[in-house]
Design a protein around this ligand. Structure first.
Ligand SMILES: *Cc1c(COP(=O)(O)O)cnc(C)c1O
Length: 442
């Protein structure tokens, strides 16, 4: 079948096309993380040359308002002057020591002060590591092997959690992944999001070490918890002697300084953080009650380690970022989200689709009713989403290239930019929903 690449501004071969061809020769699929390939929206990705504030610029000089923010970390936009200065200063003193530094102590203090569920934290380098280590700790601390995860929640790319995961795994329509031993996935049981009875049934067997979840799902599009759901999970897990692991890699410092746990008043046993905490650098953390965390090596028997854990440059970026996230910033993010929603939601609904938004996270779903769990997201018109994404890109709005991902507003957007982005998305929606029985735009 003849496939014409849809270019962003014109039909000639672009620098991004050339780079993609070169990339595919030496990198599987041309990308270092699957969703970046734009396969789910039947497009080819622009290669990014630079970011500046709320904008991205690609290798062909096209500029976009960036509503991905590196998949969540860049709450302050690109190359924020204070973050940049902190990084340069840290890097000038040496990139890595593999030895304790003052910065990581201060950072741990700041994380514990900010998040209501943290008495102790340990730093690592990615969200994947954070959930992997937190789950091992939960298993070690409880002496149990089984994990319960929720369909459509994504906790990184390690074996125990690549079962009914959202994000890239859902984008590529695979139930899990070859290479994960059946003996490993048998220890992970799944339940639908927003369904307490299904979790209760798993817990009744008395062998569950941890329930892990995204408190507000963002890896199947933005899906907030139904009222009472998080409180219900807390009660059920406590009664079962199971640890509640709240994965705040996306929601931490996004929905509030203290993440979803602050926003919804949840008392987690273990919390994972990533994305925003590294200010765009590879840094993540997991932590919780002292009693549980003290089981970690060298204080306790559960092993965990990392050569670059607490990397001084990443810690400097994280500290500079968190230092700028005050109450005024979260109030501004809420205003921005509400402004976008007020302009976009009526138009989306008028066109028979739905939208979900919490704080600065949002998703337009190609489905008449707002989904509350993963099976409903899978019913969305993914082809229409692909057209929507492509038309948004042409209009200078860079959205995550999958129906199964949340978009993020950066705090430094101004009102005019939000309005312009909303208007561009409405135009894109109109084209996406046009009947497609002839060659479009021919
Ligand atoms: C992004 C994400 C992860 C994985 O983090 P990486 O840094 O990509 O390994 C884990 N959990 C959630 C909720 C995420 O959004």
């Amino acid at each position: 079948m003849w496939h014409r690449r849809v270019t962003r501004r014109d039909m000639k071969t672009t620098r991004s096309d050339e780079l993609l061809t070169s990339a595919r020769a030496v990198i599987p699929g041309g990308v270092n993380s699957p969703v970046r390939a734009f396969a789910a929206v039947e497009g080819d990705p622009p290669f990014i040359a630079m970011g500046e504030g709320v904008h991205l610029e690609d290798a062909d000089g096209n500029r976009y308002v960036d509503l991905v923010g590196s998949w969540g970390p860049l709450i302050l936009g690109h190359a924020h002057p204070e973050v940049h200065a902190a990084v340069v200063e840290a890097a000038s003193k040496g990139a890595s020591f593999g030895a304790p530094t003052e910065g990581e102590v201060r950072f741990a203090e700041e994380l514990c002060a900010a998040h209501p569920c943290l008495e102790q934290v340990r730093l690592c380098s990615s969200g994947t590591e954070a959930t992997m280590h937190a789950l091992r700790l939960a298993r070690g601390a409880t002496g149990r092997d089984v994990i319960v995860k929720l369909d459509g929640c994504y906790h990184g790319a390690h074996d125990s959690v690549l079962v009914a995961a959202g994000s890239g795994v859902a984008t590529f329509a695979r139930p899990g992944s070859p290479g994960i031993p059946a003996a490993v996935s048998a220890l992970t049981r799944t339940a639908p999001f927003n369904d307490l009875a299904a979790v209760a049934a798993h817990l009744s067997r008395g062998d569950v070490a941890a329930v892990i979840l995204e408190p507000v799902a963002g890896n199947m599009g933005c899906i907030p918890p139904e009222p009472g759901y998080l409180e219900g999970l807390r009660t059920l897990t406590r009664e079962a002697g199971t640890l509640l692991v709240v994965d705040e890699v996306m929601t931490g410092f996004r929905l509030a300084r203290g993440g979803a746990c602050e926003r919804f008043d949840i008392d987690a046993d273990l919390v994972t953080l990533g994305k925003i905490v590294g200010g765009g650098f590879p840094l993540a953390a997991f932590g919780g009650r002292r009693e549980v965390m003290s089981q970690l090596s060298p204080a306790g028997p559960v092993y965990q380690a990392g050569t670059l854990s607490g990397n001084p440059v990443a810690v400097a970026a994280g500290r500079a970022t968190l230092g700028l996230l005050d109450d005024a910033l979260y109030a501004r993010l809420e205003d921005l989200g509400a402004r976008l929603e007020a302009r976009l939601r009526p138009e989306v609904e008028k066109r028979g689709q739905s939208m979900s938004r919490l704080g600065s996270m949002f998703t337009v779903f190609f489905r008449p009713e707002r989904p509350t769990h993963f099976d409903q997201v899978k019913e969305c018109d993914l082809a229409a989403f692909g057209r929507f994404h492509r038309e948004a890109l042409i209009r200078g709005v860079y959205l995550p290239p999958s129906q199964f991902e949340a978009a993020f507003l950066p705090a430094l957007l101004c009102d005019d930019q939000v309005d312009a982005a909303a208007d561009a998305l409405v135009e894109a929606l109109d084209i996406a929903l046009r009947p497609v029985d002839g060659p479009r735009g021919a």
